[in-house]
Ligand binder design. Structure first.
Ligand code: HEC
Ligand code: HEC
Ligand code: HEC
Ligand code: HEC
Ligand code: HEC
Ligand code: HEC
Ligand code: HEC
Ligand code: HEC
Ligand code: HEC
Length: 416
């Protein structure tokens, strides 16, 4: 009985192996021997997430995986699709990825909304409805054969690689001009604090193109429109903005954060943005308006605080260089630094009193650190004075001693 079971098992295993092997040999074996665009798919696919999941050539191209000759492998009767164009390829990817029952078998948490969202985006509309062929398809962003898990650092959609993926089209000014798009997005983005945080600071929370524009839909989930996108991460700035006199901007067609910070080339904000006579508020407000008084007061509060912090830091450093332990003052300055940052966030309420009130905490802390530094410097002076007096007394003693010795020597000589 056991022998029979073993034989059956071996035969089943062989049959399964033959089947897989057959599927791989017909398309793959022949294509592996061809060149360039005909063999590349095989090498790329072998490293892909699809190969791992058992998705093969025929799942996307149709055809007969068992046939040995090209003509019978590429046979229309076996559902041969061939090389799919943009529309067909979206349908092929969408057929599986939009099928919840099928996808959850591989990963119970798999999302199946990509196609649905894609159809709401300008890319989807361009490809599927306008049939213009120039928008991005699933393949433009993920590849056809070298598809990897999104979280794989080698994937075309991994945070640090997204920009080059979008740049294939969005850095092409000639192509973009047809759609009234500048084509500057990539070069502008590369100048931003966000790009700096992502590439130099290795901060994967810093936004790249898809964090603001969504992976598949027109905007990312949770953002009602692109204007709200900054608030997804800068929640406190957004909250204060919503409490400010600017909260009704949308009704007058103004676009929130972007009016002052831009969208792609977002630079590091500085106090100069509030400087009297040239601050950002002058873009919309005129001399004499309350808004400009607000701007001037916020400027003097923030720059005043900054000056005080810098001067205090210098004092603390001086004391430290002269050998005084200053850890306590440094700790207080660090706390002041946190309040200092908060007082910059506070400007988004566009209310001078609120900024002054927030800066108050930092001022108090800086004064505390300043007092410590002054006390330590006074201590150094006291010690130094003591040292000088002590030195002077010693020198005097030595002098007196040497005079005394000389007198004694002279007395000795005078003796008969
Ligand atoms: C015996 C060799 C052979 C087998 C087997 C074979 N192919 Fe091909 N395939 C070719 C050749 C040669 C070409 C190029 C034909 C041309 O340029 O006209 C090609 C072209 C293709 C193309 C590109 C078509 C285009 O329009 O550019 C795809 C896709 C393709 N094969 C997929 C498959 C799939 C899927 C299988 C298995 C079901 C398969 N092939 C089996 C030899 C083969
Ligand atoms: C996940 C779906 C998928 C799988 C699996 C897949 N392909 Fe493709 N393949 C595509 C799509 C989509 C295109 C069209 C790409 C494009 O337009 O750039 C394509 C294009 C091709 C081409 C034409 C390349 C060219 O540049 O003209 C060949 C040849 C090809 N595939 C062969 C294969 C072979 C052989 C396999 C199996 C080893 C395979 N494909 C597996 C989706 C797939
Ligand atoms: C404009 C570029 C772009 C297009 C077009 C696009 N994707 Fe994506 N896709 C992305 C990005 C970016 C991610 C997510 C990366 C991340 O999570 O960090 C992603 C993620 C995915 C994932 C992983 C699961 C998830 O939803 O996060 C799947 C599956 C996927 N896309 C399939 C598709 C399919 C199917 C299509 C076509 C209907 C498509 N994508 C079209 C850029 C694109
Ligand atoms: C025959 C079904 C099928 C087709 C067709 C198909 N996929 Fe997939 N895809 C899968 C399966 C299954 C996985 C693996 C899911 C897993 O392991 O969680 C996968 C994984 C992926 C992933 C990685 C998802 C992640 O979690 O990061 C991406 C991206 C992806 N496919 C894109 C595409 C694109 C683009 C196309 C069209 C060119 C396509 N797929 C066609 C079934 C398919
Ligand atoms: C294959 C080329 C291609 C790729 C890759 C591509 N795009 Fe596009 N994109 C286009 C084209 C073409 C349009 C204009 C479509 C139209 O208006 O019909 C467009 C439109 C857009 C728009 C809408 C702009 C507007 O106001 O109309 C946004 C946003 C966008 N793309 C972002 C992205 C992002 C983000 C990526 C990368 C994740 C990306 N695109 C990748 C070609 C591409
Ligand atoms: C911090 C968020 C953010 C990031 C990151 C970002 N964008 Fe944008 N982008 C926006 C906002 C907001 C708008 C809308 C501006 C408007 O309505 O005028 C926009 C507009 C666009 C437009 C259409 C307007 C035009 O003419 O330029 C395109 C195309 C675009 N972005 C592509 C990209 C690409 C490609 C990247 C990556 C290199 C990128 N964006 C990175 C927020 C962002
Ligand atoms: C996906 C999250 C995310 C989104 C969306 C986002 N940001 Fe950022 N932002 C960050 C991160 C992370 C940093 C870097 C923080 C740091 O280094 O202090 C940053 C930095 C900044 C800075 C510089 C702050 C400083 O103190 O130097 C400004 C200004 C800024 N973002 C404005 C915006 C605006 C305006 C938008 C919308 C157009 C936006 N951000 C969208 C995450 C985001
Ligand atoms: C993009 C245009 C724009 C910019 C830039 C702008 N504002 Fe305003 N501001 C408005 C609008 C519109 C209103 C509402 C007008 C009204 O209620 O009379 C307003 C109202 C105000 C108000 C309430 C008006 C009042 O008299 O009580 C204050 C305060 C204010 N802004 C401060 C500022 C400050 C400070 C800045 C610079 C940091 C600034 N604004 C930048 C457009 C702008
Ligand atoms: C009316 C102009 C204006 C608007 C609108 C505006 N900001 Fe600012 N923002 C500024 C100014 C001015 C500074 C810098 C003040 C300084 O450094 O003295 C700043 C600083 C910042 C900073 C760095 C300080 C901090 O808060 O950490 C971030 C981040 C920021 N803004 C994000 C946003 C976001 C997000 C929005 C939309 C909700 C927004 N800003 C709307 C003018 C504006």
């Amino acid at each position: 009985m056991r022998k029979i079971i073993t034989i059956i098992l071996v035969f089943t295993a062989l049959a399964v192996y033959q089947n897989v092997h057959a599927e791989e040999t017909s398309c793959q074996a022949c294509h592996a021997k061809l060149n360039g665009r005909l063999s590349e798919p095989v090498t790329q696919w072998k490293n892909s997430v699809h190969h791992q999941a058992g998705i093969s050539c025929t799942n996307c191209h149709g055809g007969d995986p068992a046939a040995r000759s090209e003509s019978s492998a590429h046979n229309e009767k076996t559902g041969w699709i061939g090389k799919p164009g943009p529309i067909k390829s979206v349908r092929i990817c969408g057929n599986c990825h939009g099928n919840e029952l099928f996808m959850k078998k591989f990963d119970p948490n798999a999302r199946t909304d990509q196609l649905k969202n894609y159809l709401t985006s300008n890319h989807g509309i361009n490809i599927m409805f306008k049939k213009d062929g120039k928008g991005a398809t699933c393949v433009s962003c993920h590849g056809a054969h070298d598809v990897l898990k999104a979280m794989n650092p080698q994937s075309h959609v991994y945070p640090t690689r997204v920009v080059e993926t979008c740049a294939k089209c969005h850095a092409d000014k000639k192509l973009m001009a047809k759609y009234g798009i500048s084509g500057n997005e990539v070069s502008e983005y590369k100048k931003s604090v966000h790009a700096k945080a992502l590439y130099e600071g290795h901060d994967l929370f810093a936004p790249t193109c898809n964090d603001c524009h969504g992976n598949h839909g027109a905007v990312p989930p949770k953002a009602a429109s692109i204007e709200d996108v900054c608030g997804l991460c800068h929640a406190l700035d957004q909250k204060l903005f919503n409490e400010s006199p600017h909260k009704a901007w949308k009704e007058s067609g103004l676009r929130g954060c972007m009016e002052c910070h831009g969208n792609h080339a977002i630079l590091k904000p500085t106090d100069a943005m509030l400087a009297p006579g040239k601050g950002i508020c002058l873009k919309c407000h005129e001399t004499g308006e309350k808004a400009l008084k607000t701007m001037n007061t916020m400027y003097s509060t923030l720059t005043g605080l900054k000056r005080k912090m810098e001067n205090t830091k210098k004092l603390v450093d001086t004391a430290s260089e002269k050998g005084m332990p200053m850890d306590d003052a440094l700790l207080i300055l660090q706390e002041a630094r946190n309040s200092y940052i908060k007082s910059h966030t506070a400007i988004h309420k566009f209310n001078a009193a609120y900024v002054q009130q927030t800066a108050q905490g930092a001022f108090k802390e800086v004064i505390k650190a300043q007092k410590i530094a002054h006390a330590r410097i006074a201590e150094i002076k006291k010690r130094r004075a003591f040292f000088y007096w002590f030195g002077a007394v010693i020198i005097l003693l030595i002098l007196l001693l040497s005079i005394k010795i000389r007198i004694m020597v002279k007395k000795k000589k005078r003796l008969p």
